[in-house]
Design a protein around this ligand. Structure first.
Ligand SMILES: [Fe+2]
Length: 223
């Protein structure tokens, strides 16, 4: 039992390294400007104090989608955002993968339920909790349709691995490669569809982060 506890606590510096890499990425984006900068400032500010934080790594949990994590991390490590990919690699066995509490498996379908997972780095189930901000990673299996969903939090995604099709609102589907940044304003429906590669993407929520995402279209809708 002590061994498990020790290994669990040993993940704290790994989480801090990942959060520092996230902060560096956001700082670079803010310096560059663009549409995501105003949203990332709030998240970057929340990340400023993590070096002095007393991190508490979550108890690791896995979901079926994690069978694709090794491939996704390998792609991320050599992708456009490789610094973050390298920082995430040692965290592979220490993440608390979960499913959105509003995604009822009987409604979203078993196939989607097994193909989707996310893990928080900063947030109530991450290693450090900061009010009004959540940072995590999303993992989607290859050939998966993530139906249109929405949430009151503003969301910025950075694609770490996997070229997938993304759509927000009524815009056309667009293929987004690793390195792409996407902004989903509050309550804007958005959807993804993976191709041959798993998708690994960093997300940052700000604003009303306590309300989870909800589906706004049936899982079969991909048009
Ligand atoms: Fe979202």
């Amino acid at each position: 039992m002590e061994g498990i506890y020790t290994a669990h606590r040993a993940a704290a510096p790994l989480y801090l390294d990942a959060l520092r890499a996230v902060r560096a990425l956001y700082e670079a984006d803010i310096r560059r400007g663009g549409m995501t900068a105003p949203y990332l400032r709030e998240v970057r500010d929340a990340l400023q104090g993590v070096d002095e934080a007393a991190p508490t790594p979550p108890q690791p949990t896995a979901r079926a989608a994690c069978q694709h994590l090794d491939v996704a991390l390998m792609l991320a490590r050599r992708g456009a955002l490789e610094a973050l990919g390298r920082a995430l690699l040692p965290l592979a066995g220490h993440l608390a993968w979960q499913a959105c509490p509003t995604y009822d498996p009987t409604e979203v379908g078993e196939r989607f339920d097994r193909a989707y997972a996310y893990a928080e780095l900063l947030g109530a189930t991450g290693t450090v909790d900061r009010e009004g901000v959540v940072v995590g990673i999303l993992l989607l299996a290859p050939h998966t349709h993530y139906p249109a969903h929405a949430h009151p939090a503003a969301e910025v995604y950075h694609v770490l691995a996997g070229t997938a099709c993304w759509r927000h609102g009524r815009s056309p589907w667009v293929r987004r490669p690793p390195g792409a940044r996407l902004l989903h304003p509050p309550h804007t429906p958005h959807a993804m569809h993976t191709e041959a590669e798993p998708l690994l993407a960093l997300y940052a929520w700000s604003g009303e982060v306590a309300t989870p995402s909800h589906m706004v279209a049936p899982p079969s809708a991909h048009a």
